[in-house]
Design a binder for this molecule. Structure first.
Ligand SMILES: [Zn+2]
Length: 139
């Protein structure tokens, strides 16, 4: 659950921030992450919205985008750590990133990112939306 007053306060802070967030400020929405121009927003009511173009129309996030945006919210806003999706008991560790949530490209292959000693930049793992785990629905 989100705290509307907290989100409202963070929206004001973000609109005055010295980083990318002030450039993506929107009345009534908190910018969570700028993914190469696709910006995710959180409303005070807890809705996740996506702007695919700069200043384009907002659309609802799909479930994968929602997980990704909430994980970024937890990273970018210490007050929103609780929003990070929690790992269900029956989840399995993502094989692509081995649970780290980050990967890199190495000789044309996607391999887990090794952490702070890594010389290559990381990419957020596309296999698990950066969560490090996946839930497989039995078919
Ligand atoms: Zn992964």
């Amino acid at each position: 659950m989100t705290n509307p007053e907290l989100i409202d306060r963070l929206i004001v802070e973000a609109s005055q921030a010295a980083d990318w967030r002030s450039g993506c400020a929107r009345e009534g929405y908190l910018p969570l992450f700028n993914n190469f121009g696709q910006v995710s927003y959180l409303s005070p009511a807890g809705d996740l919205l996506i702007d695919d173009l700069e200043d384009g129309p907002l659309r609802p996030a799909d479930p994968g985008e929602r997980d990704f945006a909430l994980a970024r919210a937890a990273e970018n806003y210490p007050e929103l750590t609780d929003l990070r999706p929690s790992r269900p008991q029956f989840a399995t560790t993502c094989e692509l990133c081995r649970g780290g949530g980050k990967v890199k490209l190495s000789q044309g292959a996607i391999v887990p990112w090794q952490g702070d000693n890594e010389t290559r930049p990381f990419l957020y793992c596309p296999g698990c939306n950066s969560l490090g785990w996946t839930v497989t629905v039995a078919s």
